[in-house]
Design a protein around this ligand. Structure first.
Ligand code: SAH
Ligand code: SF4
Length: 452
């Protein structure tokens, strides 16, 4: 596509749907960074202070914060003028200084099973530098809808099997950019309370954009046909009627190396009077940043997933080089002491299946032994290959045998999808060179989204 994407408010100008097979990108020179800071992602205290900065008197601030919080996080307002319970005068002041903007959606890719991938553009840190891009993926299931969020552009760690680790550029996302990913998803899915979403618009006008998914149709595909119960495999809707019910921090980046922003962002996401996604339904995945594991339990209180991937230090040093700093024993001690850990609140251990590397049955038995005494779940992730990688995914028969050893040791079905050979994990290597959202990738994303 040579046609540039608009840089205006996405509510007014929906982004185009990429033709099948790739995600459309706008030419970078057309990018216009926001001239006003967004209010998204501020804590209530910071929001109150910000309001003070534009002259809202102290006695009014609590009430104003309450109002703004509701408009932003319950109603999903994208413009201050929508906030009718806020005085006209204050709306004008807010509009002069701030925006309720989320990250800009560069492209959206929707698959027949309802899986959606958004390419989001974030401002660069330095003038003249190219803007950054991250991806955010929505994976609907019958009983939940899981959003896979990024915490950094790129990653400072260099896990040898991970494509993100090969990217040169790294920048931490701000709390607003983390919260903004959830808001983009709710915008695009029509998942706000009391606001006409795509779902409602389409019900009123069935021609407003049909289910021409993955076919390059420059209209908005229907969440109902792509992700609703109607498809039989893409529900994602449950009690409360919300589509986004779960979050996994399994996109780009190491969340515990961007601790404060992830903490602050997730605390906004979990706020019961706002986006209201319970901490029991948020899973943070770490490669093993030991000093921040207990902090995550104490200051964030979300579910923990640990990328273990090997049972011996020698091999883990190679796969997850951070192991040289925090070896397996130290990592597992931190897991044992994870605040709030219990049989009802287990740690998920992720284990990527690499052919001939870590997939022997002896490894499976050692894994079970290693995790003894830790309330744990095990998530086997079939390796998702990328161009230039030296690894291959284990054969499916081997994954099944490995999984049996784990199952026999009392862990619930560690390979979480019956779709067998089709699975390929992808969360961990978002924004890969292969931008295609293939059937295999979609199924894999599902496997990774099943953290409970
Ligand atoms: N940095 C964090 C979270 C992002 S990666 C972490 O490492 O845990 C999310 C998960 O995807 C991790 O378990 C990671 O090891 C895994 N992953 C990365 N690349 C992968 C690939 N090519 N195939 C399968 N899983 C991969
Ligand atoms: Fe970073 Fe996680 Fe990839 Fe390792 S697996 S390079 S920690 S994103």
């Amino acid at each position: 596509m040579t046609d540039p994407l608009p840089t205006t408010d996405i509510a007014a100008t929906p982004p185009r749907i990429a033709p099948a097979g790739f995600v459309e990108k706008a030419p970078l020179e057309r990018y216009v960074p926001p001239d006003k800071p967004s209010l998204i992602g501020l804590s209530r205290a910071a929001l109150s202070e910000t309001l003070g900065g534009v002259g809202v008197p102290p006695a009014q601030r609590k009430m104003r914060v309450q109002q703004l919080w509701h408009w932003l996080y319950v109603r999903g307002a994208t413009r201050f003028e929508e906030m009718t319970s806020v005085s006209k005068e204050l709306r004008a002041i807010l509009d002069a200084h701030f925006t309720p903007a989320r990250p800009e959606v560069v492209a959206e890719q929707v698959s027949v099973d309802g899986t959606r991938k958004w390419l989001l553009r974030l401002p660069s840190e330095h003038p003249g530098e190219r803007p950054h891009e991250v991806e955010c993926v929505y994976i609907p299931e019958a009983d939940r809808g899981t959003l896979c969020l990024s915490s950094q552009v790129g990653c400072t760690l260099n896990c040898s099997f991970c494509h993100t680790g090969t990217q040169r550029l790294v920048r931490n996302l701000t709390p607003g950019e983390i919260v903004g990913q959830v808001m983009v998803a709710r915008d695009r899915l029509g998942d706000w309370t009391g606001k006409a979403g795509l779902r409602d618009l389409r019900a009123a006008n069935p021609n407003a954009g049909g289910p021409e998914l993955d076919r390059g149709t420059p209209s908005l595909p229907s969440p109902a046909s792509g992700g609703g119960k109607e498809t039989g495999n893409g529900g994602g809707k449950e009690a409360g009627g919300r589509l986004v019910t779960n979050i996994v921090m399994m996109g780009m980046g190491e969340p515990l190396y961007n601790f404060e922003a992830v903490r602050d962002g997730l605390n906004v996401v979990a706020d019961g009077d706002g986006l209201s996604i319970s901490k029991r339904r948020i899973t943070l995945s770490t490669s093993g940043v030991v000093p921040n594991i207990s902090r995550a339990g104490e200051e964030i209180g979300v579910m923990l997933a640990v990328s273990l991937h090997a049972v011996r230090d020698e091999l883990r040093d190679e796969l997850v080089p951070l192991n040289r700093k925090y070896p397996i024993r130290i990592l597992l001690d931190a897991c044992r002491n994870y605040p709030g850990l219990s049989n009802a609140k287990r740690i998920t251990f992720e284990y990527v299946m690499l052919k001939g590397v870590n997939d022997s049955l002896a490894d499976a038995r050692a894994l079970v032994k290693l995790l003894k005494g830790i309330p744990a779940k095990i998530n086997l992730i079939p390796f998702n290959p990328w161009p230039g990688t030296r690894y291959e995914c284990s054969d499916w028969d081997q994954i099944e045998k490995f999984s049996e050893v784990i199952f026999d040791a009392g862990y619930a079905s560690p390979v979480r999808t019956p779709r067998g050979r089709d699975i390929l994990a992808a969360c961990g290597q978002l924004k890969s060179a292969t931008e295609k959202l293939s059937a295999r990738e979609r199924l894999a994303l599902r496997a990774m989204a099943m953290t409970d």
